[in-house]
Design a protein around this ligand. Structure first.
Ligand code: ADP
Ligand code: ADP
Ligand code: ZN
Length: 210
């Protein structure tokens, strides 16, 4: 099963993609996670990507497309994958099509802008394993400490309200057009992302099939 997740920053793509990955035993591929890993390791790609990410802008397609296309060639993607955060532009969607990746589902996790700011302000990410929590909606057992690995949690730089506003503008401008794009392809499925995490997941499972 080849799936992509669409939705605004903070809509819950990553949260759902991790659950889908586990249930359907397909790799979860997040371009945001790949860029953050590169930043942490101090690679050339990480340095370049950071300049854009810190401003709430998209990393240019030239730095993003090959990375994903190469990743999808790996053995573990043979039976499918769940892409989270890619494609984010029409050009990226076209590149995916040209790489002969015929997708089964494009799932749009729909959350209005009003809900996004509070989601992002409360999001916390683990510095160790990248797990994501929310101070209200998905808190850790011990405040500020990752349940999975025991390392410290941080608020991502790009989750501060000023940057989130910019990211939402960029989303509406460059990524939202993909909703019509995949509706035309005939694989778009929309779920109400304002529900509880488990209810969003159940709606997705209904679409994908148990
Ligand atoms: P979120 O899950 O909150 O939407 P991500 O972790 O997916 O955030 O992405 C963080 C940042 O990484 C984005 O704001 C953007 O700068 C960059 N990024 C991630 N995926 C892409 C992509 N497909 N194309 C361009 N930039 C990307
Ligand atoms: P995205 O990958 O789309 O940027 P995340 O999955 O990281 O979004 O979720 C953004 C924040 O909102 C996280 O702190 C997460 O724990 C929380 N969150 C995710 N789904 C829900 C939900 N259905 N209800 C409330 N909070 C949620
Ligand atoms: Zn952790």
């Amino acid at each position: 099963m080849k799936i992509i997740m669409l939705g605004a920053p903070g809509a819950g793509k990553g949260t759902q993609a991790k659950m889908i990955s586990k249930k359907y035993e397909i790799p979860h591929i997040s371009t945001g996670d790949i860029f953050r890993a590169n930043i942490k390791e101090g690679t050339e790609l990480g340095k370049k990507a950071k300049e854009y990410m810190d401003q709430g802008l998209l990393v240019p397609d030239e730095l993003t497309v090959d990375l994903v296309v190469d990743r999808l060639q790996k053995e573990d993607c043979k039976n499918g994958f769940i892409l989270d955060g890619f494609p984010r532009t029409i050009a990226q969607a076209e590149a995916l099509k040209n790489a002969n990746q015929s997708l089964d589902f494009a799932i749009d996790v729909n959350v209005p802008d009003e809900n996004i700011i509070s989601r992002m302000e409360g999001r916390r990410a683990c510095v160790g394993c990248g797990a994501t929590y929310h101070v209200v909606y998905n808190p850790t057992k011990v405040e500020g400490i990752c349940d999975a690995c025991g390392k410290e949690l941080i608020l991502r730089d790009d989750d501060k309200p000023e940057t989130v506003k910019k990211r939402l503008d960029v989303y509406h401008d460059q990524t939202q057009p993909l909703i019509d794009y995949y509706a035309n392809v005939g694989i778009l499925k929309t779920v109400d992302g304002t529900q509880d995490m488990e209810d969003v997941f159940n709606a997705i499972v209904t679409i994908l099939g148990a």
